[in-house]
Design a protein around this ligand. Sequence first.
Ligand code: G6Q
Length: 542
Amino acid sequence: MGIALRNTETWKLLEKHYLEIKDIHLRSLFENDRSRGRNLVIKDIGVYFDYSKNRITGKTIDLLIRLARERGLESRRDEMFAGEKINVTEERAVLHTALRVPVGSVVMSDGRNVVPDVLTVLEKMSAFSEKIRNGEWKGHTGKPIKNIVNIGIGGSDLGPVMAYEALKNYSMRSLVFRFVSNVDSSDFYEAVEDLSPEETLFIISSKTFTTLETMTNAHTARKWSLSKLGDPSAVARHFVAVSTNEKEVIKFGIDPLNMFGFWDWVGGRYSMSSAIGLSTMIAVGPETYYRMLNGLHQMDEHFRTAPLDKNIPVIMGLLGIWYNNFFGTQTQAVFPYDKYLHRFPAYLQQLTMESNGKNVTLDGDKTDYQTGAIYWGEPGTNGQHSFYQLLHQGTKLIPADFIGFMKPLNNLPPHQDYLIANLIAQGEALAFGKTEEEVKAEGVSNALTPHKVFEGNRPSSTFLLDKLSPENLGKLIAMYEHSVFVQAVIWDINPFDQMGVELGKVLAKNIIPELQDTAMTLSHDGSTNELINYYRKNRLND
Ligand code: G6Q
């Protein structure tokens, strides 16, 4: 990229503008503009995005959009959708958007239309899902499958588990779903403890099919199955694979006929709409799964075509830049007011932090500005009774996203109104707080008054959607995916690699034999050597 970010004129203008705005209270922004709550809203594809409670003016948005244009956001976005190799460090295209295009679309990668391949895998997944759901697929002893265990980690786990939980209301309740990710044996043990191997199908989800955690769990699963089923040929009825690595799948003993493929242009954390979604499809059925894909695609199209100032992921991404780089905030909270989205913040943590937790630009230069925020969150209203205190009266500024749905999936009056009243009230309290005068007017003593004052001026955005439908889940996922991309373009970093997870993996592989063979000489640093020695002395059986 040409000129370094902080040297651009627009960046300098934003720095100046920050000084103008930093002490302005949201109270006065709203007092001075009665239509702010209507104007700073984007309504499109069924998403109501209210960003009026952010510490911005029209000028802030104009400057941020100017920055986005200068950084080439529109052309970078078009390159992504066109299948150019924008993941430069891995020399790969980034085409998760091709996984959810309508039948008949054309998306080229390396001179080849990838859509027919995508559809072929989707059809294979649909046929298989139906067979499991209608009991046609029998286990080795002739019993239908009742339990589905997805074994995978990172991108091969967080998407499936989040989507299963989010869409549980649409799932086939007679099937049991479990997700094993951790190499901690308790994870596998607890997942299968009450299951019968005769009725259990394992989906080994691994793009590479070499990941230590997943392969260890997969081998344990095979032992567990065969300990009951005896015959190794049982693997064919109880194990399927989702992977890009056919060679390793065959080596493990899974018939390629029972393998669901995807491609190197699908990154792990962007893979939940690939065959990695097999467990989701079995849970909710192909039709509901296609509805989720449709929602993802609607948001892709919105991102691809909406003008930048009416573009939800663009505005979200730019607000993140505004807080992170000018207000100096460290974190971004996400609060879904829906129990079914309880794994959504964990899913977003990988999406956002593995993508934008980078400190060098595409050219390999060290960034002299902050990049990815720390994402965190919990479903409302639980968070209100624990950590929201710090948001309201702590010393840190934490922008928050509130996500809510108009219609509950389980209508038990008056729960829904109470839930949404809380969501709306939190944004209001954060923004406007409670002044000293207001506290005093309630007859509070002078001594207690400072404790009861809420400064306010704490920013939030609110997303309202009709209900937690499969389409709307898809929209929310793609919305965050694209906001991550917007930020990466501004910061000139690669959001599609994850070199930062490698070092720990390599070091763990070195340490494994050192734990197992106590005669091995240790040549780590003083602390690491002592930790290994302590473990060697105190491990197991004593
Ligand atoms: C995601 C990362 C990472 C990956 C896991 C699992 O973007 O690449 O989280 O998904 O390490 O990898 P496999 O699917 O290859 O087992």
